[in-house]
Design a protein around this ligand. Structure first.
Ligand code: NDP
Length: 325
C-alpha cells in the first residue's frame, strides 16, 4: 500500500519538508493501520526538522494525530477496524495520510471528543496535565508564571490552572496575545518584549515571587525565570522555543534560594501505558466538562506543513494548530 507523507531527507529549514508518496507495510503483530483525520502541529516538530533533536534520516516528522483504525495486526485484541483513536507519542511519523502505529500507544476516543479536537489537544493537553498535576502540583491560592501563555500549551495551562484555583501570570509576545490569554484565564498578561517580567512578577506577588515557573521559551527567559521564584520554588524548564538553555552552574540554585530545577518531557511522564491513559483521561474530563476549551486557531493542508512551521517559528500562531490530510 502507498500513502502521501511529508519526508525529511536532511535537517534544516521548513523547505526540507517534501510531500512524497511512500510505501506502507501491512500492520505487523501489535500494530494498527491508522487513517488520520487530523494531525497536530507542535513545537517539538521544529526541533526534529532542524536537527536540534536528531532523528534517523529520512523520516516523517510528527508525534500527534487522531483518526480511524483501518486494519489491525494479528495479536491486537483491544482495537478493531472503525475505532476512533488518538495519540501523542513516538514513533515519529504523524505527518502522513495513513500510518502504522503500535496499538499500545493509542487511546480510544470517548464519543464526546471529535477527532479534530483530539489531534489538537493530545500532546499539549497531556503536557498541561503533567505540568500542573504532577511536576508541580498546583494548589488553590498559588500564583504561577507560565511563559508563551497564548501558545498551544500556554492557553491550556492558563485555563486549567485557573480552574485549580491559581492566579495565573503569563508572558506573551503581543497585545493581541495578551487579550487572548486573558480570555483564557490569565489574570496578569505581561508583554515580555517591552516589559521587565521579573519586576512585574515581583510587583504582582508583593515581592514574594512565585512557587513555580513553567518555562518553555528557554534561552531568552531561563535566567530571569529563576529570579521570579520564591525560596524553594520550582523551575520547570520544559522547552526552548527561543533556543537551547546554556549549561548551568548549580551553585546558582543555592544562591537564588535553594531552588528546584527540573527538565521534564511528556515522553517520560507517559512512557507507561497506565500513566498515558490516566493523563489522557484527566484531559478528556476537563475538556468534556468545558473547563478547558481547545482553540483550533490555525489549520493547514498537511502538504503545506512548511508554511505551518514558518508561522509557528515566526510567533504568528496562537493556541492549537492542525494539519489536515
Ligand atoms: P507554542 O504555540 O507555545 O509556540 C511557541 C511560542 O513560543 C510562540 O508562539 C511564542 O509566543 C513563544 N516564543 C518566545 N520566543 C520565541 C522565539 N524566539 N521563537 C519562536 N517562538 C518564541 O508551541 P507549543 O505549544 O507547541 O509548545 C510550547 C513549548 O512547550 C515549546 O517550547 C515546546 O517544545 C514545549 N513542549 C514541551 C513538552 C515537554 O514535555 N517537555 C511537551 C510539549 C511542548 P510569544 O510570541 O507569545 O512569545
Amino acid at each position: 500500500m502507498k500513502t502521501n507523507a511529508i519526508r525529511i531527507h536532511q535537517p534544516g529549514g521548513p523547505e526540507v519538508m517534501v510531500w512524497e508518496e511512500v510505501d506502507l507495510a501491512v500492520p505487523a503483530a501489535g500494530q494498527v493501520l491508522l487513517r488520520h483525520t487530523a494531525v497536530g502541529l507542535n513545537y517539538i516538530d521544529v526541533y526534529h526538522r532542524s536537527g536540534l533533536y536528531p532523528a534517523p534520516l529520512p523520516f516523517t516528522p510528527g508525534l500527534e494525530g487522531a483518526g480511524v483504525v483501518e486494519a489491525v495486526g494479528d495479536d491486537v485484541t483491544d482495537l478493531k477496524v472503525g475505532d476512533r483513536v488518538a495519540y501523542a507519542n513516538p514513533p515519529l511519523g504523524a505527518y502522513a495520510e495513513v500510518r502504522l502505529m503500535p496499538a499500545d500507544r493509542l487511546v480510544k476516543l470517548p464519543d464526546a471528543i471529535d477527532e479534530r479536537t483530539a489531534a489538537a489537544m493530545m500532546l499539549q493537553g497531556m503536557t498541561a496535565q503533567y505540568l500542573l498535576r504532577r511536576t508541580y502540583r498546583v494548589q488553590a491560592g498559588d500564583t504561577i508564571l507560565i511563559h508563551a501563555a497564548a501558545g498551544g500549551v500556554g492557553l491550556l495551562v492558563c485555563q486549567w490552572a485557573r480552574h485549580l484555583g491559581a492566579t495565573v501570570i503569563g508572558t506573551v509576545g503581543s497585545p493581541e496575545k495578551a487579550e487572548l490569554a486573558k480570555a483564557h484565564g490569565c489574570d496578569h498578561p505581561i508583554l515580555y518584549k517591552s516589559e521587565d517580567f521579573v519586576a512585574k512578577v515581583r510587583e504582582i506577588t508583593n515581592g514574594e515571587g512565585v512557587p513555580v515557573v513553567y518555562d518553555s521559551v528557554g534561552k531568552d527567559t531561563f535566567l530571569k525565570s529563576l529570579d521570579c521564584l520564591r525560596p524553594l520554588g520550582m523551575m520547570v524548564s520544559f522547552g526552548q522555543s527561543s533556543g537551547k538553555v546554556e549549561p548551568l552552574d548549580t551553585g546558582l540554585l543555592a544562591a537564588k534560594g535553594s531552588l528546584f530545577l527540573t527538565r521534564p518531557s511528556l515522553m517520560a511522564y507517559t512512557a507507561k501505558r497506565s500513566d498515558m491513559l490516566a493523563s489522557a483521561g484527566e484531559l478528556f474530563d476537563v475538556v468534556e466538562k468545558g473547563v478547558v476549551n481547545i482553540g483550533i486557531n490555525q489549520t493547514y493542508a498537511l502538504k503545506d506543513a512548511p508554511q505551518a512551521h514558518r508561522d509557528l517559528e515566526g510567533r504568528k500562531t496562537t493556541g492549537s494548530t492542525l494539519l489536515l490530510p
